[in-house]
Design a protein around this ligand. Structure first.
Ligand code: GLC
Length: 526
């Protein structure tokens, strides 16, 4: 089976603010990323995804875009981007950029024009509604970042919709001009040479045309405003698929065999709804609708039985034409190693890189980075600043600077960074782990190399019976993966050549029975 690049690649997510500072302002930038490309190449990933680096007032750290076609000075210039892209391509690395179509910043010229008056030619580019009655918002829709999703514009007497901050007004995707404007943004970056987009909150693009009230959520625990209702009118509307289709058509116009340009969709939905984002063979949609179940249902109940079930259900629900993908971390979720512990993080890496489909990896997880500890006065994330009663929602802990070496600020910057450097950096850093043959970093490197085996890239997945606490599966003709989720020894009768243990301490040898130590994963070749 011959694979497209995005089917055999591992995608590495970079949060540009936190990867490498090159100009001494304590915030990462494009030139910093360029200086670390050799590290990524050596790590063994084939593609990078950059979170937003566009012009922005940074109220949501770049997910509030004020100009889709300009680089924010904090991150550099368009020329810096071109250089980064050229160098990455020269090294054989693909570059995926973030596209944030659902909303702009309230500083975007489109919104400034839209809010001028009810007659503004751009009025209908955003979602404006009259009050339901004096002093009453249009309906009960809520924001992810707390409170209602409506803010009153006193000048024009209407409310604007925002599913996140009031400073992130929702664009109106029922307006064909808006759709065309966003497709033009895609063309702009495709012409510059990007290999694809990770599309932000893709399932939220379109809302109910009648603006009906959402039904109450019977299971609401009274804490998170957004959880107070179900979301049958604000999320996953059928019209969204028409937009996805149009985006895909633009990508296809810029694609050639072996050089496809791709769309990765951020979609937090149950499998059934998620799979529709693949489209159909005649009318394809997203190449990779992110599969977040391992993050949500997996990391919160990290057991062999649960993970087997998640994988089996996903494989079963996947349409025949859909290519699978797996995610264990990103800039919105607590660190993998914090959630399941450093020992199981190694088992998780072995699982992620040996399942069928494209893995996405979050920067720093390869050295087992833990959530940073953020003192209250250093909190940056607007989500938790607006919802102080929900500290667990804070996303700063997983956004702390990359740990490169034991020098000051972990080699990330010459000055104090925008978020504190994790305290364990003297021993948890890239340089230190490069020298330790059994480090998490060396495990990830080894897995990424082994993953290039055709059986691991495209061989069938088949689970088989194993002792409790163990998740075991075959890949293709020759590979067997056994993952011990328990803290006890387990033995499995399978023979073959033991090619890798997560402990990195077993020599290659033939075995008849595999004795799995606590928290150990093993790969066998038959
Ligand atoms: C996505 C991003 C998140 C951002 C939100 C609003 O969920 O991943 O970081 O805050 O969209 O754009």
């Amino acid at each position: 089976m011959s694979l497209e690049w995005w089917q055999s690649a591992t995608i590495y997510q970079i949060y540009p603010r936190s990867f490498q500072d090159s100009n001494g302002d304590g915030i990462g930038d494009l030139e910093g990323i360029r200086s670390r490309l050799a590290y990524l190449k050596d790590l063994g990933v084939q593609a990078i995804w950059l979170s937003p680096f566009y012009k922005s007032p940074m109220r949501d750290f770049g997910y509030d875009v004020a100009d889709y076609c300009e680089v924010d000075p904090i991150f550099g210039t368009l020329q810096d981007f071109d250089r980064l892209l050229a160098d990455a391509h020269a090294m054989g690395l693909k570059v995926i950029v973030d596209l944030v179509p659902n909303h702009t910043s309230s500083d975007h010229p489109w919104f400034l024009e839209s809010r001028e008056s009810r007659q503004s030619p751009k009025r209908d580019w955003y979602v404006w509604r009259d009050p339901k009655s004096t002093r009453n918002p249009p309906n009960n829709w809520t924001s992810f970042f707390g409170g209602l999703a409506w803010t009153l514009d006193k000048k024009t007497g209407q409310y604007w919709l925002h599913q996140f901050l009031p400073e992130q007004p929702d664009l109106n995707f029922r307006n064909p001009q808006v759709v065309e404007a966003i497709l033009d943004v895609m063309r702009f970056w495709l012409k510059r040479g990007v290999d694809g987009f990770r599309v932000d909150v893709l399932w939220l693009l379109v809302e109910d045309a009648a603006f009906r009230d959402e039904p109450p959520n019977p299971d609401w625990d009274g804490r998170w405003d957004r959880g107070s209702t179900l979301h049958i009118y604000m999320e996953d509307q059928p019209e969204t698929h028409l937009i996805v289709r149009k985006m895909r058509q633009v990508l296809d116009q810029f694609s050639a065999p072996g050089k496809e340009r791709i769309m990765v969709g951020e979609i937090y939905l149950p499998n059934k709804q998620l799979m529709r984002y693949y489209g159909t063979p005649e009318a394809p949609g997203c190449h990779l609708p992110f599969n977040f179940r391992p993050i949500f249902d997996g990391l919160s109940n990290w057991t062999a039985d649960n993970l087997r079930e998640i994988v089996e259900e996903y494989e079963r629900d996947l349409p025949a034409w859909g290519w699978p993908n797996w995610v264990l971390g990103n800039h919105d979720q607590h660190r993998l190693a914090t959630r399941i512990g450093p020992e199981q993080a190694r088992v998780a890496a072995m699982m992620l890189f040996t399942l069928r489909g494209t893995p996405t990896w979050y920067y720093g997880d390869e050295i087992g980075m833990l959530d940073g500890v953020i003192p209250p006065e250093k909190i940056q994330d607007p989500d938790v600043l607006r919802q102080r009663h929900l500290p667990e929602r804070g996303r700063d802990p997983e956004r702390t600077p990359m740990l490169w070496d034991a020098s000051s600020y972990a080699g990330f910057s010459a000055v104090e960074p925008w978020l504190p450097v994790n305290a364990d950096y003297p021993e948890r850093n890239v340089e230190f782990q490069e020298k330790d043959p059994q480090s998490m970093l060396n495990l990830v490197k080894t897995l990424l190399r082994l993953r290039q085996e055709p059986d691991l890239l495209s061989g069938a997945y088949q689970t088989f019976r194993s002792p409790s606490g163990v998740f075991a599966y075959r890949r293709g003709e020759r590979f067997v993966v056994m993952l011990n989720f328990s803290h006890e020894h387990r033995s499995v009768s399978v023979s073959g050549e033991l090619v890798l243990s997560t402990h990195l301490d077993r020599n290659r040898r033939m075995v008849q029975v595999v004795d799995l130590r606590p928290h150990e994963g093993v790969i066998l070749r038959q």
